[in-house]
Ligand binder design. Structure first.
Ligand SMILES: [Fe+2]
Length: 286
């Protein structure tokens, strides 16, 4: 493809993830460059843009190339005068660690916005302040997760749908600063196929993660057990990219064919600030 030469790409693992070299996002991205970036995004699933000096407004601008940017229902995380940005920070007003993890829901494997009818497409995340230890972001490939299922599993999952519910995962994992009534009303539980076809690559992937609460037409406990089993089965070490952050890095990933999680850090000692925005995609189709 002729626009392939717009930048160099260095694979981060043999199966997923690539670093994009030589692009300064703060300079703006024209249509031709974005076309190449999007092509690489579909191919590699996770793109790392090395150290960038990217103000919040520029980050939102970059995300808008992918599509409509979500205004997150948990509005207490909105940041920098841009409601599209969701800031995760453990710093107090003096810039010192406050001892509180901002969102423990991020520590379990999940896919952004799966609790919406129209789920997350790209997530664009920028590392402002990086913990010296921990606070990594891990990605696992859901194409590979589906491909490696046995024929019996594939047959069992055919036609099954899972109910995704942010209130469930927020309460279960974070356990404090729970959703308000108004926030709950805005995002009622929604069901999606467990096996979805990526709308652009046409490949099948598992679509589950930590926001999945129950299975349509199945008893609650049985559904819970199935979800837990599948979420564990989906993660393969050799289909995972583990990113250790340096300040100023930006990562874009495709929520339709990945799960991700953050790793623990000590919020009383380490400092960690990331800002992210999630672009809305489509309602998942089997
Ligand atoms: Fe996330």
């Amino acid at each position: 493809m002729q626009h392939r030469s717009a930048f160099d790409v260095r694979p981060l693992t043999p199966r997923l993830g690539a670093e994009v070299l030589g692009v300064r996002l703060a300079d703006g991205v024209d249509e031709r460059l974005f076309c190449s970036i999007y092509e690489a995004f579909l191919q590699h699933q996770v793109l790392l843009f090395g150290t960038q000096d990217l103000p919040p407004g520029r980050q939102v601008e970059f995300a808008r190339h992918f599509g409509e940017v979500q205004i997150h229902v948990m509005n207490q995380y909105h940041a920098d005068g841009h409601p599209e940005l969701y800031r995760l920070s453990n710093l107090d007003e003096n810039g010192n660690p406050n001892g509180k993890h901002p969102d423990k829901g991020t520590l379990a494997w999940h896919t952004d916005g799966s609790w919406r009818r129209v789920t997350g497409q790209a997530t664009v995340i920028y590392g402002e302040v990086c913990a010296g230890e921990g606070g990594e972001t891990h990605f696992c490939d859901m194409y590979g997760a589906y491909d490696r299922l046995s024929p019996e599993w594939k047959a069992r999952l055919d036609g099954l749908r899972a109910v995704h519910n942010l209130d469930f995962s927020r309460t279960r994992r974070h356990g404090e600063d729970l959703m308000t009534e108004a926030q709950r009303r805005e995002v009622p539980p929604v069901d999606h196929p467990i096996v979805r076809t990526h709308p652009e690559t046409g490949r099948k992937c598992l679509f589950l993660g930590d926001h999945a609460e129950s299975i349509v037409g199945m008893g609650y406990d049985e559904g819970r057990a199935l979800i837990e089993e599948l979420n564990a089965l989906a993660v393969h070490k050799d289909l995972t990219y583990e990113h250790r952050w340096s300040p100023g890095e930006l990562i874009v990933w495709d929520n339709r064919c990945l799960m991700h999680r953050a790793t623990e850090y000590d919020p009383a000692v380490q400092r960690r600030v990331v800002r992210r925005c999630t672009v809305l995609g489509e309602a998942p189709q089997p």
